[in-house]
Design a protein around this ligand. Structure first.
Ligand code: AHR
Length: 502
């Protein structure tokens, strides 16, 4: 076997505490995410409100903590008023983002009911594309003000006496993108975001607000956009957003498997830019990062919004994920953890059907895509603090990243329970990798389990007929004293759980 990789861990070397909100996801009015995804009255599993309980069960199993809603591109043309009040009176409206006829059967109040059932915190996005400050304040008042004003009383009349009490808000979506309804320059958006945030904080003093950053690290305005927006809005916002989607471009699987390097550089660059603005403003405040859209998305197979047929919520961008995609998703989760000191919110985009870990058939079953598994296991077991792992690894040379580390790894340690977890990927397409993990800094530890996601056929997928074709399986790790060893097959994701004796 080629040179092995080594990981050294010590409880004294810490990146930061894990904010549970990094295990967020995203429900957009896009394709079948809402209609026949989370909501399908008449489905055998539907509850009294029409929510699919089979999907709710999977959402809870996935371990999602926070769900962003209602978009995405959709929000930049959305009239929130269309989606509240008696259903029979709600208008049908053409959604220009996805060229869909939106029936407004599901709106804010229903989403909030669903979020309570799914046990997730809402992350609400406001429309700063076609609309502005006034509608945003009305919406905030509708959601959070107890009663005694027109918007709040409307909510009460609509059957929600208690305020929805939404703390986390996105100030628009991807406003840097020319595809966005109401796309703006950084200066235009920065001013609007700052003024809207200032007004929202007058209405509710306990909000956490996310300003739009770049739609990807490869946008022509990336860097300058963050600098200009934060220069305007630094004092008014808490987070700057990042979005990134990955796919094997031109069949380059080698570069795809190390896509986490792109996410890593993206995060570092946004941290540097935010801190530069903070330094220029002589501010003590730290702006954290909300990576509120990330996933594998085969965008090259997507014909573009302009070419979509106008239809009521039909299938759109229902990508099917294989083993390689799951390994990449696992590696992106590792990257988010590696940056736990600054990434405090993250959303796997999206949750059901549209580029999602959960797929459904209308009237039929719901099942877990391959990418469901690394997410669910990481969300369940990454607790406490992220450790700064010392990693020595062979390199894989790819076209996009000529010196990528073959091993991509991080570790979490919960000192209240002694649970120590190592997450690792072998990012080589063809070569297995030996791994040693030195735990001597912990004194004594036992190996609880080693779970691996790998398949001899990396194109294997889960579908309605074979929902468990790809599932995590026991790995081959062992431990001798305080040194654990394992062999990681090519293109594989791993979780090694240890119990530290204290
Ligand atoms: O998640 C799909 C789309 O990707 C979102 O609507 C948009 O924000 C991004 O471009």
């Amino acid at each position: 076997m080629a040179t092995p990789a080594h990981v050294v861990l010590d409880p004294a070397f810490v990146v930061g505490p894990i904010d549970p909100r990094i295990f967020g996801s995203f429900v957009e009015h896009l394709g079948r995410c809402v209609y026949t995804g989370i909501y399908e009255p008449g489905h055998p599993s539907a509850d009294a409100q029409g929510f699919r309980t089979d999907v709710l069960d999977l959402v809870r199993e996935l371990g999602v903590t926070t769900v962003r809603y209602p978009g995405g591109n959709f929000v930049s043309g959305y009239k929130w008023e269309d989606g509240v009040g008696p259903r029979a009176a709600r208008p049908r409206r053409l959604d220009l983002a996805w060229r869909t006829i939106e029936t407004n059967e599901i709106g804010t109040d229903e989403f909030m009911d669903w979020a309570r059932k799914a046990e997730v915190e809402p992350m609400m996005a406001i429309n700063l594309g076609t609309r502005g400050m006034e509608e945003a304040i009305d919406y905030l008042e509708y959601c959070n003000f107890p009663a005694g004003t027109e918007p709040a009383d409307t909510r009460v009349t609509n059957g929600h006496e208690a305020p929805h009490d939404i703390r986390l808000w996105c100030l628009g979506n991807e406003m840097d993108g020319p595809w966005q309804m109401g796309h703006k320059t950084a200066a235009e958006y920065g001013r609007l975001a700052a003024e809207t945030a200032r007004a929202m904080r007058r209405a509710d003093t306990d909000l956490q607000l996310v300003a739009c950053g770049s739609s990807s690290r490869h946008m022509p305005t990336f860097g300058a956009w963050e600098r200009e927006v934060l220069t305007e809005a630094y004092d008014q916002v808490d987070f700057i957003s990042l979005h990134a989607y990955y796919e094997p471009k031109d069949g380059d699987t080698e570069s795809f498997l190390v896509a986490a390097d792109d996410m890593h550089r993206f995060i570092d660059a946004v941290v540097a830019t935010a801190d530069h603005v903070g330094a220029s403003l002589k501010s003590e405040k730290v702006i954290n990062l909300s990576f509120d859209e990330w996933n594998v998305w085969f965008q090259s197979r997507f014909a573009g919004e302009q070419n979509l047929p106008v239809q009521p919520a039909g299938a759109q961008i229902e990508d099917i994920y294989d083993v390689h995609d799951a390994v990449v998703v696992g590696s992106l989760l590792i990257t988010l953890l590696q940056h736990a000191d600054r990434v405090k919110v993250a959303c796997l985009a999206q949750l059901v059907n549209a580029i999602a870990p959960i797929l459904t058939v209308p009237g039929g079953p719901a099942w877990r895509q391959t990418i469901f598994h690394p997410f669910a296991l990481t969300a369940r077991y990454a607790k406490g603090r992220v450790l700064r792992a010392g990693v020595v690894s062979p390199v894989v040379a790819t076209a996009a990243f000529p010196e990528a580390s073959q091993l991509w790894s991080t570790a979490t340690y919960d000192e209240t329970t002694g649970a120590l977890v190592v997450f690792a990927c072998n990012r080589s397409v063809g070569d297995e990798l030996g791994l040693t993990v030195d735990l001597s800094g912990f004194g004594s530890a036992t190996l609880v389990e080693h779970v691996a996601l790998h398949d001899d056929d990396p194109t294997a997928i889960n579908d309605a007929e074979h929902p468990d074709r790809v599932v995590p399986k026991p790995g081959n790790a062992g431990i001798d004293g305080t040194v654990a060893t394992a062999t990681l097959p090519a293109a594989s994701w791993h979780m090694l759980r240890f119990q530290v004796e204290r």
